[in-house]
Design a binder for this molecule. Structure first.
Ligand code: TYD
Length: 213
């Protein structure tokens, strides 16, 4: 049995990491094997690339350089972690994936070129389901700053206009793939958001004809 690949996307402060942990706990309580991972990162090489991209000193302003680094990290992650976990029948939950490249690097690289870079990074792997945790940029940045740990990364330092543009891009991506991407209002109460996600996973994945074959 092939596993199921679910990704979580959204801007800063959307609550992705909290919600992904909650879903992992629920799925484990159903007796499923869960692999919980994140991007950029998920393998030693990809975590090293993450460090390069997210520190002020090493970060490049060039969108294509960024996209290539995220794609290199993603390829290592897909080959070493995600594909093997899916082959073992796990539910793989990933905090950010290729849609983050579309939302954050989109507009800085021609679309067709960006899609080529993304395809190399994903090795053609697409999520079965993606949750877009949606909050407006003001609330997201406010939440992200309230859990501030001392060092802002390259993207957190970007201005409000950039975060609004990232949100607009996420919405545009969701509109082109409504069957894969579910938009969740993440300004709602944490438990309410978790329940919406749990129900959607049950309906869309586990109740679907042929699920898990
Ligand atoms: P992270 O600390 O994981 O952010 P968050 O907690 O918001 O998920 O940092 C990842 C940053 O990298 C985030 O600002 C989004 C950005 N990013 C891209 O620009 N492109 C990508 O392909 C990915 C995966 C992340």
């Amino acid at each position: 049995m092939r596993g199921i690949f679910i990704t979580f996307e959204g801007g800063e402060g959307a609550g992705k990491s909290t919600q992904i942990r909650r879903l992992a706990a629920v799925l484990e309580s159903y007796g499923l094997s869960v692999t919980l991972t994140r991007e950029p990162g998920g393998t030693p090489l990809a975590e090293a690339i993450r460090g390069l991209i997210l520190t002020h000193e090493a970060a490049s302003e060039d969108g294509l350089t960024q996209a290539l680094l995220f794609a290199a990290a993603r390829r290592d992650h897909v080959l070493r972690v995600i594909r093997p976990a899916l082959a073992a029948g796990h539910v793989v939950l990933c905090d950010r994936f290729a849609d983050s490249t579309r939302a954050y690097q989109g507009g800085k690289v021609p679309d067709a070129m960006l899609e080529q870079v993304i395809a190399l990074g994903t090795d053609g792997l697409e999520p079965d389901l993606t949750f877009l945790l949606d909050v407006n940029a003001e609330l997201g940045l406010e939440r992200a700053r309230s859990r501030f740990t001392g060092v802002e990364d390259t993207f957190e330092r970007s201005n409000l206009a950039f975060h609004r543009e990232v949100r607009r891009r996420f919405h545009a991506i969701a509109a082109t793939e409504p069957h894969r991407i579910l938009v969740i209002d993440a300004s709602q109460d944490e438990a309410y958001v978790a329940e919406s996600i749990r129900l959607a996973v049950r309906q869309r994945i586990f109740a679907a004809p042929g699920a898990g074959e």
